[in-house]
Design a protein around this ligand. Structure first.
Ligand SMILES: *Cc1c(COP(=O)(O)O)cnc(C)c1O
Length: 417
């Protein structure tokens, strides 16, 4: 297509209530399903996309998630707001994999995304689409990386943003919001309270609510994780996907991506077993999975240092649970104390300085091996969802400061172990 042409090849057709199945016009700014308050999902004309999006076509396109434009919602190129998100490497963490006895372990390095986390994928697409549909002010509650990603992409699009964060959210996330010129409201409350304040602010000011799964398009950005996994693994999906689950956008998105890829003939019917990992300090999805429930009751007194998975109540709970069950996967709660220990262990064993959420996912692996949920040779995909720097720092003892006196340095060096 001619580069001066502004049309993307988006085949977006309509929005669909994720429970009601009711169809809505996709070219209006919409939040949740008016019928039941649940998430709206974007549906595409997959027949039309099938002819255009082939393995060969994708292979020669330039990097980044926008190479999947047929299956993304933005219709005009001039509204694409990008900071270079997507096309992250899939790495074999050799030493760690050996230690864990999992020769097929792969880590998708999502922390190399702009803003240091995979929240960039969702926000890049959702902010672009909101701008295309005329939004002038965006608001979102966040306990972590969604805040910085919204602020960064809103700044890139030239749109106002307001972020409502719990006052105890990591300082790195708060300062990122301020640096990007967004308005920051710090609430003496939980993330669920921040969500209520954000919704009220939206109603009163007309700001569009970008909260997790309360608009249709962050899932669309996150689903590109699933597209890339398929491509990275040579169009044959891994046997297991292990995902640190908060709101579940990535889990829901990947599952949707696999369905779309199959409809396009790019993959077959085989699916990975999908596993959700949470901290035992906040494990509503694990509890609901074990109870065989369709929805997850809110988790009281949610407590985990991994802010991205400190989500006591997820609007997409039924979609997450459905995906876990249909895939033959499961849900694992890891002890909170093991999360930080694994962060350090993984870094020592060459997997990089990962965020606590990724460490939680890694911490589930030994348990999953023991319980026979994964085999040592299976291909397992895990996600480095955010940079270690963006989490609360580990509680490690730092060394004493050496005096700047060269006469003392020889003693120091000979005393090193
Ligand atoms: C948000 C977040 C998660 C959880 O992702 P969901 O798709 O919302 O479940 C995991 N890790 C990090 C670093 C995050 O910021």
């Amino acid at each position: 297509m001619a580069p001066k042409h502004d049309d993307t090849s988006s085949t977006l057709a309509f929005l669909e209530g994720s429970r009601s199945g009711i169809r809505y016009d996709a070219d209006e700014l919409r939040s949740t399903d008016p019928a039941d308050g649940r998430t709206l999902l974007a549906r595409y004309d997959l027949e039309a996309a099938r002819g255009r999006l082939t393995r060969d076509v994708i292979a020669v396109r330039r990097g980044g998630l926008w190479r999947w434009e047929e299956l993304l919602p933005v219709r005009r190129r001039s509204f694409i707001t990008t900071l270079g998100e997507g096309s992250t490497p899939l790495l074999p963490p050799a030493r760690l994999a050996r230690k864990l006895g999992l020769s097929g372990l792969h880590i998708k390095a999502e922390s190399v995304n702009p803003t240091g986390s995979f929240k960039a994928r969702g926000m890049a697409v959702a902010v672009s689409r909101a701008a295309e549909l005329g939004a002038a002010h965006l608001v979102a509650p966040s306990a972590g990386n969604a805040a910085g990603a919204l602020a960064a992409y809103a700044a890139a699009a030239g749109i106002h943003a307001t972020v409502v964060m719990p006052a105890d959210a990591p300082a790195a996330n708060q300062l990122e919001v301020l640096a990007c010129g967004a308005r920051l409201i710090l609430l003496d409350g939980l993330i669920s309270d921040c969500g209520k304040l954000a919704r009220l602010l939206g109603e009163k000011t007309g700001a569009f609510d970008m909260a997790t799964l309360r608009e249709p398009y962050r899932v669309e950005g996150k689903k590109t994780l699933g597209f890339e996994l398929a491509e990275d693994f040579g169009w044959s999906l891994p046997e297991a996907v292990v995902y640190p689950t908060g709101g579940g956008t990535g889990m829901i998105g990947m599952w949707k991506a696999f369905e779309e890829l199959e409809a396009l003939g790019l993959i077959g019917p085989a699916r990975p077993r999908m596993y959700a990992v949470q901290s035992d300090g906040c494990a509503p999805i694990v509890r609901a999975f074990e109870q065989g429930a369709e929805f997850a009751d809110p988790w009281l007194n949610a407590k985990t240092r991994a802010a991205g998975i400190r989500v006591p109540s997820a609007l997409g709970d039924h979609l997450i649970l459905d995906c876990l069950r249909r895939s033959g996967g499961g849900a694992i709660a890891v002890p909170e104390a093991e999360i930080e220990a694994m962060q350090v262990y993984a870094a020592e064993h060459g997997a990089g300085y990962l965020c606590l959420e990724s460490a939680a996912a890694l911490a589930a692996l030994p348990v999953m091996r023991e319980q026979g949920l994964i085999d040592r040779d299976e291909r397992v995909a895990l996600f480095d969802t955010g940079a270690g720097f963006k989490s609360e720092p580990p509680s490690m003892k730092r060394p004493a400061v050496v005096p700047n006196d060269p006469s003392a340095w020889l003693d120091l060096i000979s005393a090193l172990d």
